[in-house]
Design a protein around this ligand. Structure first.
Ligand code: HGY
Ligand code: MN
Ligand code: MN
Ligand code: MN
Length: 420
């Protein structure tokens, strides 16, 4: 009954997809970067401007808007049973620097289109439907990532509020700056009562392209640990300190980065990345005294993540002992691997089959809010093909016909979950 509603009037759903595509385009221009692509870091002016624009679209679709203390947005479309636990569909709209227009945004706007379709037809499901924007999914500004969804689910740590950006602004200050209310002092929340969570997201990898499938089901999301490491040596004059007497923090960091790569190469199911490095004092004629770097390490195998981190820290301490410098590792964020529920996987597969798509169950190497929501409720994810798997890049693109199929599948899944 559900998605054939849309299937029957393809023109109508095409209109929705056209509207969604033009909204994605409009949102892509709300960016704080001068360069190409979208730069919308968490809790910045552009992130807030884009959030308010999406709130307007939620209201136009017939939702009532609220925000929690982390400024996550909840758009509620009432059900016939107002006391029933809601079905939640959502994602994020913050981006990486010079990122793409679809990462996260597609999942939020598709959720709005599902509700718009229902309200246009004057239809109500039994369960309320919540469309959500989770803040700071990417973790570029405060390094941890998944802040909004962790805050919403009660999984944020008190000390996370003190995470600082490059200007020394804390997460608590950035959140407080958005609203009029007094500064956020606690991460304690009432555990939300949710029936299930679904997220539509771009695949961010080439597999759907290769298999020529427009969209498919996700069966699991790799766990991700994020660390900061800090190497402290001795700064000195580049011209006068003999090589043998140096305690060069950058040379030690260089060995550390290669040691991290060595660990990751040992295991096919493990990836590790040093994506950010700062060198102080950063002058060409001064031997680097302090180097800070990021470590992002992921696997579906939780034990492997933990054992690899322990080995990396051990090897790095040895490298630094030999070089006479100090090193410290601090965990700034961790999300365990999560499996989608069997019921959700078969539901998504059955709706895909209605669209003559043979599901290709996929593991997500990328992190998503769904991995946090999966800690408190039944979670399902739908991936849609993005051109050549390109993501976190201005060339990120989703073909409109793939968006149409994915939107139709999402409608079918949500409609069934909300009438369960
Ligand atoms: O880092 C990730 O995997 C996601 O893009 N936030
Ligand atoms: Mn444009
Ligand atoms: Mn994303
Ligand atoms: Mn991303």
């Amino acid at each position: 009954m559900c998605s054939s509603l849309i299937a029957k009037e393809v023109t109508e759903s095409l209109l929705n997809v056209q509207r969604m595509a033009s909204r994605i385009e409009k949102l892509s221009h709300i960016s704080s970067g001068q360069g190409p692509g979208v730069t919308r870091l968490a809790y910045t002016e552009s992130d807030e401007r884009a959030t308010q624009q999406v709130e307007e679209w939620m209201i136009a679709a017939g939702m009532v808007i609220t925000r929690d203390q982390f400024h996550n947005v909840i758009g509620r479309y009432e059900g016939t049973d107002v006391s029933a636990a809601p079905v939640v569909v959502g994602s994020h709209i913050d981006s990486v620097p010079e990122g793409g227009a679809y990462d996260g945004v597609l999942g939020v706007l598709a959720g709005i289109e599902v509700v718009q379709e229902l309200s246009t037809r004057g239809m109500r499901c039994i369960r309320p439907i919540h469309v959500m924007i989770f803040r700071d999914e990417e973790g570029v500004r405060f390094q941890a990532g998944l802040i909004g969804s962790k805050g919403f689910t009660g999984l944020l740590r008190e000390q996370d509020l003190q995470l600082q950006d490059e200007k020394g602004i804390t997460l608590a200050e950035a959140i407080t700056a958005l609203g009029e209310d007094e500064s956020i002092t606690t991460v304690i929340v009432k555990q939300p009562n949710i029936a299930s969570y679904v997220e539509l997201h771009i695949k961010q990898g080439p597999l759907l392209d290769e298999y020529k499938i427009p969209c498919s089901v996700v069966n699991g999301i790799a766990g991700a640990a994020r660390y900061r490491f800090k190497v402290v040596g001795n700064p000195g004059h580049a011209g006068t300190v003999p090589m043998a007497l140096r305690k060069d923090a950058l040379l030690a960091a260089a060995e550390i980065i290669l040691a991290i790569e060595q660990q990751a190469i040992l295991h096919d199911s493990l990836v590790a990345t040093v994506g950010h490095l700062s060198v102080l004092p950063g002058a060409s004629n001064v031997i680097p005294g302090v180097v800070e770097g990021s470590l992002d390490i992921r696997s579906l195998d939780e034990q492997l993540i933990k054992s690899s981190i322990a080995t990396i820290i051990q090897v790095c301490e040895q490298i630094c002992r030999l070089r006479g410098v100090d090193v410290s590792f601090t965990c700034v964020g961790y999300s365990p691997p999560v499996q989608a529920s069997k019921r959700m996987i078969s539901l998504i597969e059955s709706v895909l089959a209605q669209h003559k798509i043979t599901a290709l169950p996929l593991v997500s190497g990328a992190g998503h809010d769904a991995m946090v929501m999966g800690a408190i409720t039944e979670m399902g994810m739908i991936f849609v093909r993005c051109k050549e798997g390109i993501s976190h890049h201005p060339a990120e693109y989703v073909d409109i016909s793939d968006m149409e199929v994915a939107l139709d599948v999402l409608f079918g899944v949500i409609y069934q979950l909300a009438n369960d």
